[in-house]
Design a protein around this ligand. Structure first.
Ligand code: ACM
Length: 271
C-alpha cells in the first residue's frame, strides 16, 4: 500500500575529520530530536569521517564495512524512533580490501539500500574505487526511494535512471564545494524528473597537509515542480523536516498535453 503522506528531511552538520566516534555522537544527538521521529532523514556524504583525506592509509583507519558499526547504530535508532536514515560513509570491503565512498539507507529492519559512488570527484579518484553497482532503489511503506552521492548530480543520467525505475524521492548525501552548483542541479533534477529531492550537504572548513576545502551547506528539500520546500543556511547545523505527498512524484504530467516520461524521444538521444 502506498502511503499518502511522508515526513522527509536532512541533518546538515560539520563532521570532524577523522573522529568517527564524535561524528556518530553528533548523529545520534540530532536523530533524537522530536522532529526526526518517524521521518526519512538524510545525512551528508562521509558523515562519519569527514572528507579531506590525503592518503588511503588515513582513510582506511576510519572506513568500515556495510553492514557494520554505523549501520548497527542507525538501525537501533531507526527501531527506537520509527525512522529511516540515509548516511554517507567510507566503506571498506573486507573481502577485497577496497575502499568506496558509499551511502546506505537504514531502517528498523537493517540495511535497505547500499550504494557505492559511481562518479568520483577530483582527488577522490586517488582514494576510492569507483562504484559499479546500479543506482539503488528501495521501498519505504510503498514509496520508492533512490540514492545518489554528491558529484552524481552533474550526470543527469543518474537521476533519470532512478526516476525511470520509479523513484519518487532521491536522497543526495553531499560534501559540495562548488558554490551554488548542487543547489541548482538538485532543483533541476527534481523538476526534469518530477521527483522529490533531499540534498543533505555538510558545512564548515577542513584543512589537512597544506590543503583546505570549504563546504557550502544550504541543504535543501525540493518538490517535483522544483519548488524549494526547506533550505538550511550556508553555515551551521540544521535539522529540517517537511511533510510531503510522495504520490505527487508518480504524476509526470506538466501540461494537459505533456507527460515528461511519455514525451521522451530516446530515438533521438545518444545515451
Ligand atoms: C563531491 O562529490 N563531494 C563534490
Amino acid at each position: 500500500m502506498t502511503r499518502t503522506r511522508m515526513r522527509v528531511g536532512f541533518y546538515q552538520f560539520a563532521p570532524v575529520l577523522g573522529d568517527v566516534e564524535a561524528n556518530r555522537r553528533a548523529i545520534r544527538r540530532a536523530l533524537a530530536h522530536p522532529d526526526a521521529e518517524g521521518a526519512l532523514i538524510v545525512l551528508p556524504e562521509l558523515a562519519t569521517s569527514g572528507y579531506l583525506f590525503t592518503s588511503r592509509e588515513a582513510l582506511r583507519r576510519v572506513a568500515e564495512p556495510v553492514p557494520g558499526p554505523t549501520t548497527a547504530l542507525l538501525q537501533e535508532i531507526a527501531r527506537a524512533r520509527g525512522s529511516h536514515i540515509v548516511v554517507g560513509l567510507p566503506e571498506l570491503d573486507r573481502r577485497t580490501g577496497k575502499l568506496y565512498n558509499s551511502a546506505v539507507l537504514v531502517g528498523p529492519e537493517g540495511v535497505l539500500a547500499h550504494y557505492r559512488k559511481a562518479h568520483l570527484f577530483n582527488e577522490e579518484k586517488l582514494l576510492f574505487e569507483r562504484g559499479d553497482t546500479p543506482f539503488p532503489l528501495c521501498a519505504i511503506g510503498g514509496v520508492r526511494v533512490g540514492l545518489l552521492i554528491c558529484f552524481d548530480h552533474y550526470f543527469p543520467e543518474a537521476a533519470r535512471t532512478l526516476a525511470l525505475r520509479g523513484a519518487q524521492i532521491v536522497c543526495h548525501p553531499s560534501n559540495l564545494v562548488l558554490p551554488g552548483r548542487g543547489q541548482l542541479t538538485s532543483r533541476v533534477r527534481a523538476l526534469e524528473n518530477r521527483v522529490f529531492w533531499v540534498l543533505a550537504n555538510r558545512w564548515g572548513r577542513e584543512e589537512q597537509n597544506g590543503r583546505a576545502l570549504s563546504y557550502t551547506g544550504e541543504s535543501q528539500i525540493v518538490a517535483p515542480d522544483g519548488t524549494v520546500l526547506a533550505k538550511a543556511p550556508p553555515e551551521g547545523d540544521a535539522l529540517n523536516v517537511v511533510e510531503v505527498d510522495p504520490a505527487q512524484a508518480l504524476d509526470k504530467r506538466v501540461t494537459e498535453h505533456n507527460d515528461l516520461f511519455e514525451d521522451r524521444r530516446p530515438d533521438l538521444y545518444e545515451l
